[in-house]
Design a protein around this ligand. Structure first.
Ligand code: TA6
Length: 295
């Protein structure tokens, strides 16, 4: 259903028959909650998140489009996350599809203001679906609807903030031996040496390149593994701000870095170019394995 939430912003609540749920603010088409069948919250949302446009909501799954980070002339991570999205059909039906998934279809079209900063016509349709086992599927379809024959190029990320018990007990599997751009070292290119990625003493902000379609995030204490499956998103960004950067963010608690990790299905190294009429599709599926994959 659609409910009025913080500061009058509207959010969609999807409830799956076995008890899992997802909440999505129309502001930014921003997933702010993903709960399993036991009602446990699986995403990190800062206790200091600001629900006031144009500030993006800190946590959940911000949509980074048409620009990841500062890779271009737009504001950091582009403008999709601080725009008001609409329903593809108004009033929104909340159909349940053949696979017993409950879903909602949101759409973003540029305003005249947007056109001034990014002179392109596009339609961005986002389907968010919740299926059995609390599987969360996000499918983005972005189409170039320019009538002037112009192609456009963009970068993209699902900037997912996972909730973890203790960052020092978390491992990421699937990125070992890969090359990455290190945002903490002037975005220079390195090769990952570790046999899995762990987090010990300082900020980690790495853009792994040409990554597998499946990445695992293991929360040792909770004996829980998040599995990210992705299509059309060859890169994966891993970010934990650690202490110093946490203190510098007004919408982030000083100690909150201990309980979150961003692992972001993205396309950064090779921006996507669409000619008029062409459509790009980028999907991620988040699921939980309630025991450690390596046990
Ligand atoms: O995805 C990692 C990153 O690009 C970091 O460099 C950090 O800036 C993070 O995104 C948060 O960005 P935001 O604009 O949401 O504060």
């Amino acid at each position: 259903e659609v409910v009025k939430a913080i500061n009058g912003l509207e959010k969609v609540v999807l409830r799956e028959i076995q008890g899992s749920s997802v909440e999505i603010y129309l502001y930014g088409a921003h997933v702010t909650s993903w709960k399993n069948e036991q009602g446990e919250e699986l995403l990190f949302l800062s206790s200091k998140a600001i629900f006031k446009p144009p500030k993006p909501i800190r946590g959940g799954i911000p949509i980074c489009f048409p620009q990841f980070s500062n890779l271009g002339s737009l504001e950091a991570h582009g403008f999709a996350r601080n725009r008001l999205w609409g329903f593809d059909d108004d009033p929104p039906p909340f159909p349940v599809d053949a696979a017993n998934k409950v879903f909602t279809d949101l759409i973003l079209r540029p305003t005249k203001e947007d056109f001034k900063i990014w002179p392109h016509s596009f339609e961005y349709r986002l389907r968010i679906a919740l299926g059995p086992g609390a599987n969360l599927m996000m499918t983005s379809r972005i189409r170039n609807t320019n009538t002037d024959g112009k192609p456009f190029t963009f970068t993209f990320a699902y900037h997912t903030y996972f909730s973890v018990s203790d960052i020092s007990e978390v491992r990421v599997e699937g990125l070992e031996t890969l090359d990455y751009l290190d945002n903490c070292k002037k975005r220079e290119r390195f090769t990952e040496q570790g046999d899995s990625i762990t987090f010990e003493e300082s900020e980690v902000d790495k853009i792994y390149l040409s990554t597998p379609t499946k990445i695992a995030v293991m929360d040792h204490e909770k004996k829980r593994t998040f599995v990210i499956r992705k299509e059309g998103l060859p890169d994966a960004v891993v970010w934990n701000p650690w202490e110093k950067k946490s203190k510098a963010m007004v919408d982030f608690g000083d100690e909150e870095y201990k309980h979150m990790l961003c692992v972001e299905a993205a396309t950064v190294e090779k921006p996507i170019t669409l000619k008029p009429g062409e459509e790009w599709r980028g999907r991620q599926q988040l699921s939980i394995v309630s025991k450690k994959l390596d046990s």
